[in-house]
Design a protein around this ligand. Structure first.
Ligand code: FUB
Length: 326
């Protein structure tokens, strides 16, 4: 357990953690990260090196308290439908229950989204037998809106397989759109009241520029790659995500949870390591960005550590860009 918390330092150092989804539950901050495996195996663009097998939950009473690791809360061996790769999870609270949403490859090697439940935000979580029907790709993020409707956002390119679902079915050899075509957007679906199924077929979210034109697939500085996260501030929905190949966290805004979202700018400049993945949460009267980098492992892409830093808005609701190394 780390005794003191510092901005832009690993929250914990005894395990590698990544893809932090932070929430305030019962007045405490709970972080739902991936648990990176400390291996030295081969790596590739498909992300096979991200071979995670379980989840831990971290929590903070506040930023002047130690970070508590609540230990393993769900393991691959207890998820009947999943074969490998427990990637970036998220959690939500509704119906007096905590829900852990997570991606994994099924026994056919196709990424699906699963859900597990607990009466306690720190778990342990009990999984549903099967993945969410109609789910695919990776990186679920759940927003329970002010009217108590819950939306799940998800999707990721390359190893996240989103390109393969453009027709609505899984096409193993499908490629992404041409550079001059609109980029693929993350998907959204409203969740059923019990949070265990989609209420509707997932829809693609449109991300447009300031003139209302779709962000194109070749616009790698701005197009969606993976890691969607949605939070609300002053009546706007903020969709933030990783640009993957250009390694930034960027954001777009909308008045509607389903979009279209208008691209606004950069939240986080590139971190050490290939991936970048984040969440944004309000705690008391301040806002925080949780993110990861590979500094603790000396730059090994699949050995990452969760960190946090304060996030600030401008008067007009835009977000100030963060360089975590300055
Ligand atoms: O941690 C595995 C994958 O790497 C996540 O699902 C992506 O968002 C990227 O961080």
């Amino acid at each position: 357990m780390e005794k003191t918390l510092k901005q832009n330092e690993p929250l914990v150092k005894h395990i590698y953690t990544a893809d932090p989804s932070a929430h305030v539950f019962d007045g405490k901050i709970y972080i739902y990260p991936s648990h990176d495996i400390d291996h030295d195996g081969p790596t590739n663009d498909n992300g096979d090196q991200y071979a995670m097998e379980d989840y831990h939950v971290l929590s903070l009473d506040g930023f002047d308290s130690p970070c508590v690791d609540h230990g393993e809360v769900l393991h691959l061996k207890d998820i009947p439908w999943a074969k490998q790769q427990l990637w970036a999870p998220d959690a939500a609270f509704k119906n007096n229950t905590y829900y852990l949403f997570f991606p994994a490859r099924d026994h056919d090697g196709i990424f699906r989204l699963g859900v597990a439940t607990s009466p306690n935000p720190a778990g342990p979580f009990t999984t549903q037998e099967n993945y969410i029907p109609g789910s695919f790709s990776i990186d679920p993020a759940v927003l329970v809106d002010d009217d108590n409707r819950a939306f799940i956002y998800f999707g990721g390119l390359w190893g996240g397989q989103l390109e393969k679902w453009q027709t609505g079915s899984f096409i193993p050899d499908a490629e992404g759109p041409a550079e001059s075509e609109p980029a693929l957007g993350p998907r959204i679906a409203e969740l059923s009241e019990d949070m265990l199924t989609f209420k509707e077929d997932p829809k693609e979210i449109s991300i447009v520029d300031e003139n209302g034109q779709p962000i194109l697939a070749g616009d790698e500085e701005r197009r969606f790659f993976e890691g969607p996260w949605v939070h609300k501030y002053n009546g706007y929905y903020y969709l933030s995500y990783s640009t993957g190949t250009t390694h930034c966290i960027v954001y777009a805004m909308s008045k509607n949870p389903e979009g279209p979202y208008v691209y606004k700018g950069k939240i986080l400049t590139p971190v050490l390591g290939w991936t970048t993945h984040h969440s944004i949460v309000q705690f008391e009267d301040k806002w925080y960005l949780f993110y990861h980098d590979s500094s603790l492992s000396g730059g090994v892409n699949h050995k990452r550590s969760v960190k946090f830093t304060e996030l600030k808005y401008n008067e007009d609701g835009t977000i100030q860009t963060i360089d975590p190394y300055k």
